[in-house]
Design a protein. Structure first.
Length: 187
């Protein structure tokens, strides 16, 4: 995997406003960019997240149909979750896979990271391929505000949903599926 270039930090000159929400913090800051220019920028601070592309032993893909308030619709998404303070991305993903998809994985491959909205958020999502799954008889309780359904699709069905537009898919799911297909040798 190609390493990411080193971070070039902006200098915060003045913190002007902020708002703490459930999982994020919104800030408006006056900053000096690495190129020397000064400006006022809004940014969403996010603790980071993990996502897994779960593949069953029969070659099916587990994916969630989940309601998302911000876009007022159900979307196809891979199991994912926000990192707890100080939490390792894989530890987070193992918890989320059990809670959201009701399974454990014995094999984990790291697919890299993605930055979904770098124009206004510092969120980094760590992507994993989860294989050799064990379906739990009694999955742990997930978050009480989650409205989701676990689906199993063939790779062909998921590719069709991705290309046809029949279902809404988010960017992290599309990116993770592309990377997983490369790891699986399907491209």
């Amino acid at each position: 995997m190609v390493p990411l270039p080193p971070l070039e930090h902006s200098k915060v000159i003045e913190r002007q406003k902020f708002l703490n929400a459930r999982k994020i913090r919104f800030e408006i800051n006056k900053v000096q960019l690495p190129i020397g220019l000064e400006g006022t920028f809004g940014v969403i601070r996010h603790p980071g997240a993990s996502l897994a592309v779960p593949i069953t032993n029969e070659g099916k893909v587990l994916i969630l149909r989940q309601y998302r308030f911000a876009v007022a619709r159900r979307m196809l998404e891979f199991p994912a979750g926000t990192l707890e303070p100080g939490e390792d991305p894989l530890t987070s993903m193992k918890r989320e896979l059990a809670e959201e998809a009701g399974c454990l994985a014995k094999r984990w491959d790291y697919l890299g990271e993605m930055v979904p909205c770098p124009g206004y958020s510092d969120e980094v999502i760590h992507l994993f391929l989860a294989r050799d799954l064990e379906i739990l008889a009694e999955p742990p309780a997930g978050d009480e505000d989650e409205d989701l359904e676990v689906l199993q699709m063939s790779k062909k069905e998921l590719d069709h949903n991705l290309s046809s537009g029949n279902e809404s898919l988010d960017g992290k799911t599309i990116t993770a599926w592309y990377r997983a297909r490369q790891e699986l040798g399907d491209f």
